[in-house]
Design a protein around this ligand. Structure first.
Ligand code: RAM
Length: 870
C-alpha cells in the first residue's frame, strides 16, 4: 500500500509541521472536502515522510487522487497541496486473463564453448478493432526475457531492458503503460520484440548447471475503455502470431547484438500486415506460484549521451573512438553505409600498450554488436537488448568511401532512472575526480539491481559490494525504491535454513558467506536510517531474524565458522589465492555475526519489539565477550595464532565488539599497523569502508586524511593517477609502469567508492543525526589540505547544503536546514577565544572536548563566521 511524503516549502518562514491532514478521493473534484477513499483527519504530528495510507486496501486498476495540508509551528494551516495521483497496476495473478506466449519450438543452438544455448529474438503480433472513441487505455505487460512493445508501429515507453531482473521463478515485475493516445477508433495492431535478457541464454555462472533453459515468453493485456464506458480487453493468447525472422538476429547481455537490415519486415507492427506466413504461437497458463506484480522502482533508461573526445585510426577499415569516460550502455551509430557492409562494434574499458582495444578483462563476454546493411543509406541505430561497459569502441567494416567522423558514434549511458542529486566540491581536483568516479560507479552499476561490475561475463548482484556502498549511493541519488525492490528479491532468495545467497538474484548456489550475506541486515538498516522509512524494517525484519538464527547455527560458543571470501582484494595479500586477504576468516565471520545481531536488535527497538530487543542484546553481549576473548590479548592486540591486520582491528573497533578498555588499547595497534605500511591502507572490500568511521571516532581523522590523500599504491588517488574515470576493482588494475594486473580487472566496480559516504559526512559535513535527517548533523572537518569544500544532499525534507571555506584566516561556513528538520553543528574549536558570528550576530556556543557545538538549530539558512580560525 502507498505511503505519502511531502515537502514543506523551503525558503519561506515555515519552520516545522505540527499537524497534517491527508485526503484521498476517487475523483479530483471531490477534493479536498468530500474525500470518498480516505481522510486521515487532522493528525497532530510532525511526520511528513512515509506516512502510511490507512484507508481500504486499494484495488487493481484503482485510480486515486490525494492532497495534503499541514499546520505550521504557529498552528496556521497551509493551503492544500496540488492534487497528486496514484494508479494501481494489476495486483493479483487472477487479474490476468492473458496467457504467456512464445513461438512454438524456438530453435536454439549450442555455443558449445560456453555450454549454453541461445534463442533467436522473437517478433510477435496481433490485430484488433476498436469500434468507438477511446477514453482510456492501459497496456499491462511483462516477459520472461526482455521486450519492446509497439502499438500501431509506435514504440511504447522509453524503457530499456524491461521488466528487469528478479528471481523469475518467484516473481516477475509487470509494467503499466498509458496507451490512450496511440490507439485509434478502427483497426489497431500490437507488436512485441522479445529477447533473452537475464532470463535465458548465456548469463551468469549458474546457467552452466541448468539442464533446462526455458525460452523467453511474453504476456500482455490491453484494457480499453471507450467514451460510453464499455470495456474491451485484448490479451496475449493463441490468436497471436510469431516469427524469428526479424531484424535482430541474436542478442545477449554479455555477447552483444546482431542486427541484419536484410531481415527487415516492413510495417510488421502496424495494422493490415499480412502475417499468414508467421507461426501461431504456443501459449502457457500463468503459474500461480510465480507472482506477477507491478514494478516498484524505476526502469532503466537512456539517461545521458556522451560524444567521443577522440578518434584514432587503427587500420584502413578500423577506427577507435574514445569517449573520455568509462561508461555503461550502448553505442548509437549515425553513419553512411553501402549495401552489404557489416559494421562491427567492439567495446572495451582500456587500451593495451599498442593502443589497441583491451578486452582480456571482459572474460568470455564478446561485447560485440553488428549492423548488416541492406542498401546504401544513412543509418541511425543502436542495439536494444544488450549492454556493455566501455570507454572505447572499435568500429570496423565501414565503407572505404567514407571517412570516419566523431559524429558516427554516440554513447547512450543507461542506468536505473534516477537523478544524480548529491553534489560535492572541494579545492582539491583529485578529490573532485574521486567524487566523479564514484558517481560513475553508481551510474554504471545501478542497473535494475546493484551489479558488482557491468562489463565482464559476470555482472551479478553481489551482496558484499552492495552493503558497503549503500550509504554512499543514498547521498548520490534517491535510490530508496531501488534498494527496497532489491530487498524484496533478497527476501525471496533467502534459503529455508535462513541463509542468504552471496548474489541476489541468486546465481551462485545455496550457500551464504559472512560479510556478503550480512547485506540482509545492513542494507535494511542503512536504508531505514538514511531515509526514515520504518516500513523497510517492517518488511525485512523477519529476514533479518532468520539470518541471525542462521549465524547462530554456524557458530560454536559464539565464535563463527561461517565461510567467507574474506577481506577481498586486500593489497599485498600473503594468501595462496591472493584475492583473499590476510584477516582470519573466523574473526571476520564472528564480527559480522555481532554486527548483524546488533542491527537486528536496533530494528527490534524501532519496531517496538522489546522481547526481541532484549534477546538480541544478550546475544550480542555473549558474542562480543567471546570475540574479545578469542581474538584479543589484554594489551588490545590480536593474539596468536591469529594474524593481526588493519582489517582485524577495524572490525573490532568499527562494530564496537570489544570492551572500552580493549578498544582504547587496540587503536594504538591499528595505528601501528598503518604506520608500518607508511600510512597506506592494507584493507580489502571488508576493511576499507571501516577506515574512515574508525579513525574518525577515535580521534585520528588526520591519519585518514593522510591515507586518503596518498598518491602512491594502494590508494584512491593512485588509480586516478593511472587514468581512472571510474572506481576500479583493484587499485592497480592498470599502472603506467607495469600495465595490467592478472585478474580481478574490472575498471568499473563501485565497492571502493564507499569512501564517498565519508566525503559527504565529514569533508562536506552532512549526516543524519536522527533517522531520515529529521535532525541533521553538520560536522565538517576543515582540513589543511583543503581550503574549501561543499556538499549538498536532497533529503525527503528538502535540500540540505553545507559549504565551508577559509578567507585569509577566517572560517566561513554556510548551511541550509530544510523545514521540518533541526540541526546540530559541530566544528573544531580552532582557538578558545573564538569569536563566532551567526548571521551577523555574536552567539554563545557550547564546547565539548575540542569541538564547538550549536545545537537545536531550527530550519533556515545560516552563515557562521569564525574569525582567526587558523
Ligand atoms: C567477485 C565480484 C565481487 C566480489 C566477489 C567476492 O567476483 O566481482 O565484487 O564481491 O567476487
Amino acid at each position: 500500500m502507498p505511503t505519502f511524503s511531502w515537502k514543506l516549502p523551503q525558503d519561506t518562514t515555515t519552520k516545522t509541521q505540527t499537524a497534517y491532514t491527508i485526503v484521498v478521493a476517487s475523483k479530483p473534484e471531490l477534493l479536498p472536502n468530500n474525500p470518498d477513499v480516505w481522510n486521515s483527519g487532522k493528525v497532530a504530528s510532525s511526520q511528513s515522510v512515509f506516512v502510511k495510507y490507512e484507508g481500504k486496501p486499494l484495488k487493481s486498476r484503482q485510480n486515486v487522487f490525494w492532497q495534503v495540508q499541514y499546520w505550521d509551528e504557529n498552528n496556521n494551516p497551509s493551503n492544500w497541496s496540488e492534487i497528486a495521483q496514484i494508479e494501481m497496476g494489476l495486483l493479483s495473478n487472477t487479474d490476468w486473463k492473458a496467457k504467456w506466449i512464445k513461438i512454438p519450438n524456438p530453435k536454439q543452438w549450442d555455443t558449445t564453448r560456453y555450454g549454453t544455448r541461445l534463442f533467436r529474438p522473437q517478433y510477435l503480433r496481433n490485430e484488433f478493432n476498436v469500434a468507438s472513441k477511446i477514453k482510456k487505455a492501459r497496456l499491462y505487460i511483462t516477459s520472461k526475457g526482455v521486450f519492446e512493445a509497439r502499438i500501431n508501429g509506435e514504440k511504447i515507453g522509453n524503457d530499456v531492458l524491461t521488466p528487469g531482473w528478479t528471481p523469475y521463478r518467484k516473481r516477475i515485475e509487470t509494467l503499466t503503460y498509458d496507451v490512450t493516445d496511440v490507439l485509434r477508433q478502427d483497426k489497431n495492431s500490437i507488436g512485441i520484440v522479445l529477447a533473452e535478457g537475464w532470463y535465458s541464454g548465456r548469463f551468469g555462472p549458474k546457467r552452466r548447471w541448468d539442464t533446462v533453459i526455458a525460452p523467453p515468453q511474453v504476456i500482455c493485456q490491453l484494457e480499453i475503455e471507450d467514451i460510453a464506458g464499455n470495456l474491451k480487453t485484448i490479451v496475449s493468447n493463441e490468436n497471436w502470431r510469431a516469427t524469428e525472422k526479424g531484424l535482430i538476429r541474436t542478442s545477449g547481455l554479455y555477447d552483444g547484438e546482431v542486427y541484419d537490415a536484410n531481415f527487415e519486415i516492413p510495417n510488421w507492427s502496424k495494422p493490415n500486415f499480412d502475417d499468414s506466413t508467421w507461426e501461431i504461437v504456443e501459449t502457457e497458463d500463468i503459474n500461480p506460484k510465480t507472482q506477477l506484480f507491478p514494478k516498484k522502482h524505476a526502469t532503466i533508461k537512456n539517461r545521458m549521451t556522451l560524444k567521443p573526445v577522440e578518434i584514432m585510426q587503427q587500420e584502413d577499415d578500423k577506427v577507435l573512438f574514445d569517449f573520455g569516460q568509462n561508461m555503461v550502455g550502448v553505442v548509437k551509430l549515425n553513419l553512411p553505409v553501402k549495401k552489404g557492409d557489416t559494421i562491427k562494434l567492439r567495446h572495451g574499458e582500456m587500451l593495451n600498450s599498442e593502443g589497441k582495444l583491451f578486452t582480456r578483462n571482459l572474460g568470455s563476454a564478446k561485447a560485440t554488436d553488428y549492423y548488416i546493411a541492406k542498401k546504401d543509406a544513412s543509418i541511425s541505430w543502436h542495439p536494444k537488448f544488450t549492454f556493455h561497459g566501455f570507454r572505447y569502441v572499435e568500429l570496423s567494416g565501414f565503407n572505404s568511401a567514407f571517412k570516419p567522423k566523431k559524429s558516427w558514434v554516440t554513447g547512450l549511458v543507461q542506468y536505473s532512472d534516477f537523478e544524480m542529486e548529491g553534489e560535492f566540491q572541494s579545492s582539491h581536483p583529485k578529490l573532485n575526480q574521486l567524487h566523479s568516479n564514484i558517481q560513475w560507479g553508481l551510474r554504471g552499476n545501478f542497473f535494475d539491481v546493484p551489479l558488482d561490475c557491468p562489463q565482464r561475463s559476470e555482472r551479478l548482484g553481489w551482496t558484499g559490494d552492495a552493503q558497503v556502498f549503500i550509504p554512499t549511493s543514498l547521498y548520490l541519488s534517491d535510490t530508496h525504491a531501488f534498494w527496497s525492490a532489491w530487498l524484496t528479491s533478497m527476501r525471496e532468495e533467502q534459503f529455508t535454513n535462513g541463509g542468504v545467497p552471496v548474489v541476489v538474484p541468486n546465481f551462485t548456489g545455496n550457500f551464504a558467506q559472512a560479510g556478503w550475506s550480512d547485506a540482509c541486515t545492513i542494507v535494511p538498516w542503512e536504508l531505514y536510517f538514511r531515509t526514515g522509512d520504518k516500513g523497510v524494517l517492517e518488511d525485512n525484519y523477519t529476514m533479518m531474524k532468520r539470518w541471525c538464527s542462521y549465524h547462530t547455527s554456524e557458530a560454536t560458543n559464539y565464535i563463527s565458522h561461517m565461510s567467507t571470501v574474506g577481506d577481498w582484494l586486500q593489497p599485498y595479500s600473503q594468501q595462496k589465492d591472493d584475492r583473499r586477504g590476510d584477516t582470519p576468516n573466523t574473526l571476520i565471520s564472528t564480527a559480522f555475526y555481532a554486527q548483524s545481531v546488533k542491527l537486528t536488535m536496533k530494528a527490534a527497538e524501532i519496531l517496538g519489539l522489546n522481547e526481541d530487543k532484549k534477546y538480541y542484546e544478550q546475544l550480542l553481549d555473549s558474542i562480543s565477550k567471546a570475540f574479545e576473548n578469542e581474538f584479543f590479548d589484554d594489551q588490545g592486540q590480536i593474539k596468536q595464532p591469529y594474524t593481526p591486520t588493519q582489517t582485524g582491528y577495524l572490525l573490532a573497533l568499527g562494530f564496537d565488539i570489544v570492551s572500552e578498555d580493549t578498544a582504547n588499547k587496540a587503536i594504538h595497534h591499528l595505528l601501528k599497523e598503518i604506520e608500518a605500511t607508511d600510512n597506506h591502507l592494507r584493507t580489502g572490500f571488508i576493511g576499507t569502508p571501516l577506515l574512515a568511521p574508525v579513525l574518525d571516532k577515535t580521534g585520528h581523522s588526520d591519519k585518514l586524511f593522510e591515507i586518503l590523500f596518498k598518491e602512491t599504491y594502494p590508494s584512491w588517488f593512485y588509480s586516478i593517477n593511472q587514468g581512472a574515470t571510474t572506481m576500479w576493482e583493484r587499485w592497480d588494475g592498470y599502472t603506467h609502469n607495469k600495465g595490467f594486473a592478472n585478474r580481478a580487472l574490472s575498471f568499473n566496480h563501485y565497492a571502493y567508492g564507499a569512501i564517498g559516504q565519508w566525503m559527504y559526512e565529514r569533508i562536506a559535513g552532512i549526516s543524519p543525526l536522527e533517522a531520515g535527517y529529521k535532525k541533521i548533523r553538520f560536522a565538517p572537518m576543515p582540513y589543511l589540505k583543503l581550503n574549501e569544500a561543499s556538499g549538498s544532499y536532497k533529503s525527503q525534507y528538502g535540500k540540505i547544503s553545507s559549504s565551508w571555506k577559509f578567507i585569509d584566516n577566517d572560517f566561513i561556513y554556510n548551511i541550509s536546514v530544510p523545514p521540518n528538520t533541526s540541526a546540530k553543528v559541530i566544528l573544531p574549536l580552532f582557538n578558545k577565544q573564538a569569536n563566532l558570528m551567526v548571521n551577523g550576530d555574536k552567539v554563545k556556543f557550547q564546547t565539548e572536548k575540542n569541538s564547538l557545538i550549536l545545537d537545536d538549530l531550527e530550519s533556515g539558512l545560516y552563515e557562521l563566521v569564525y574569525k582567526n580560525a587558523r
